[in-house]
Design a protein around this ligand. Structure first.
Ligand code: FAD
Ligand code: PYC
Length: 418
């Protein structure tokens, strides 16, 4: 039995240090204020401290760290995107993920499984071939496998011809992985706090102090919270499903729709499914977690709303499609179901970088795809805040692209079809 467990059992107090130190009071002023204590906000704080030595930083989180989409996602990590800009960006993240457990000295349960995006139609085969070619060109392990080979690699699926969408092949991406989502948030949070960053939970941002020139917003100078107002040199918002609400407070609009995305897990089963399997035609995806649960999800809900309620409709629809892929799942019980709010952009790519307000930066548009991007967002946001220059990797994702008609079309690669 590990010694730590024994200490816990025998102690009346809390025998080992907590991941996050006890809360401090808000200071009057910080060099950098990060709004949102999910993976992206905490990773930004971590790399500001670790890479740039900037520690007069506050992370303001209205609930608890990792309680947003970071703790609600289905943890798929991959870089097999469609555009060269997307592939390069997500590949940097996958590379960072691989060393993260060492950086944190914490087991993130990072598990490479191989990611299979099924093709059930001729046009889907064409898209998978296209993605495979872009991926290979950019040095990413990604290839089209046809039905017979796929059946050897993932024999657990239903290869019958007698279904609505017979399986014709798949895009196979060997580095596709899963990880423990809340450990990613805890690792970044603990690493940032250890270096001197203040992480304030239960601290909601309610508005900003912004100077005006000729009646237009000019520069951010402070942040209003439910615990008082603080001065801020620079601000970045990393609030995922609340992006539109927070940018409204700063006085500018984002081209986003906020839509719930639901997911669920089954009872734990003996390990039988190693691969991560996604079907755009059936609108489902599934992987088996290291504790045996089938982690499953589908497309976003059919309507935009600020809500994290689970619906029977989702469960029934998902299982109907899932049983076409894994018929024996009809015998399995569902354990729990939940939802998160996703901020969906028109091109299924994120929005990162500068905003119309000076010293106010943005990390948004993470829709259903942002967990895998946590490390690269943290790293590049920190570089941007430290140097005042937008790093090359994230330049294609500027808010300005919607004015310049330079969209980064990732719809064909963004998880299941939406
Ligand atoms: P969050 O983790 O949501 O953090 C934002 C934080 O901001 C929250 O904690 C919130 O409380 C806080 N906040 C909001 N407003 C305020 C305010 N006014 N003041 C202070 N704090 C505030 N992505 C993948 O890559 N792979 C997947 O498999 C995947 N599956 C998903 C499955 C589901 C069901 C969902 C919902 C999402 C999925 N995603 C996936 C997307 C991914 O979860 C998100 O894109 C990612 O977690 C966003 O991280 P974040 O740190 O930006 O946001
Ligand atoms: O981005 O790969 C992804 C994903 C899968 C499910 C939700 N998002």
């Amino acid at each position: 039995m590990p010694l730590a467990l024994l200490k816990y059992g025998l102690s009346k107090g809390h025998p080992v240090p907590r991941a996050l130190p006890a809360e401090t009071d808000l200071k009057d002023s910080y060099d950098i204020v990060i709004v949102g204590g999910g993976g992206h906000g905490l990773a930004t704080a971590y790399y500001l401290a670790a890479d740039h030595g900037i520690t007069n930083v506050a992370v303001l989180e209205k609930g608890y760290v990792g309680g947003g989409n970071t703790g609600r996602n289905t943890t798929i990590i991959r870089s097999n995107y469609l555009t060269p800009e997307g592939v390069k960006f997500y590949d940097e993240s996958v590379t960072l993920y691989k060393d993260l457990a060492n950086d944190f000295d914490m087991n993130l349960m990072y598990s490479e499984r191989g990611h299979f995006t099924l093709a059930h139609t001729d046009s889907a085969i064409r898209t998978m071939r296209w993605r495979a070619e872009v991926n290979k060109h950019m040095g990413i392990e990604s290839e089209l496998v046809l039905r017979d080979e796929l059946q050897r690699m993932v024999p657990e699926l239903n290869y019958s011809e007698d279904v609505r969408y017979p399986i014709m092949g798949a895009l196979y991406h060997a580095p596709g992985a899963i990880a423990r989502h809340d450990a990613v948030a805890w690792g970044y949070g603990a690493g940032a706090a250890k270096r001197g960053v203040h992480i304030h939970q239960n601290t909601e941002v309610t508005g900003f102090e912004i100077t005006k020139a000729n009646g237009s917003p000019q520069r951010v100078t402070g942040v209003h919270t439910n615990r008082g107002t603080i001065k801020a040199g620079k601000v970045i918002q990393c609030v995922a499903g609340m992006s539109g609400v927070v940018s409204d407070m700063a006085g500018f609009k984002l081209p986003l729709k906020t839509i719930p995305l639901q997911a669920c897990v089954s009872q734990p089963l003996k390990p039988f499914l190693d691969a991560i399997v996604v079907s755009g035609s059936l609108h489902v995806y599934v992987s088996q977690s290291s504790r045996g649960e089938l982690v499953m999800g589908g497309s976003t809900d059919p309507y935009g709303v600020y809500m994290t309620r689970s619906t029977l409709d989702f469960k029934e629809g998902l299982m109907m499609h899932m049983m076409e892929l894994l018929p024996y799942i009809g015998e399995v019980k569902l354990l729990r179901q939940w939802a998160g709010m996703t901020d969906m952009t028109p091109d299924f790519a994120p929005i990162m970088g500068e905003t119309p307000v000076d010293d106010y930066y943005i990390d948004a548009g993470w829709g259903t795809w942002g967990f895998k991007a946590t490390p690269v967002c943290g790293k590049r946001n920190a570089e941007m805040l430290a140097t005042g220059k937008v790093p090359e990797t994230i330049q294609p994702f500027a808010l300005q692209r919607f004015h310049d008609f330079k969209l980064v079309g990732e719809k064909g690669a963004a998880s299941v079809g939406h």
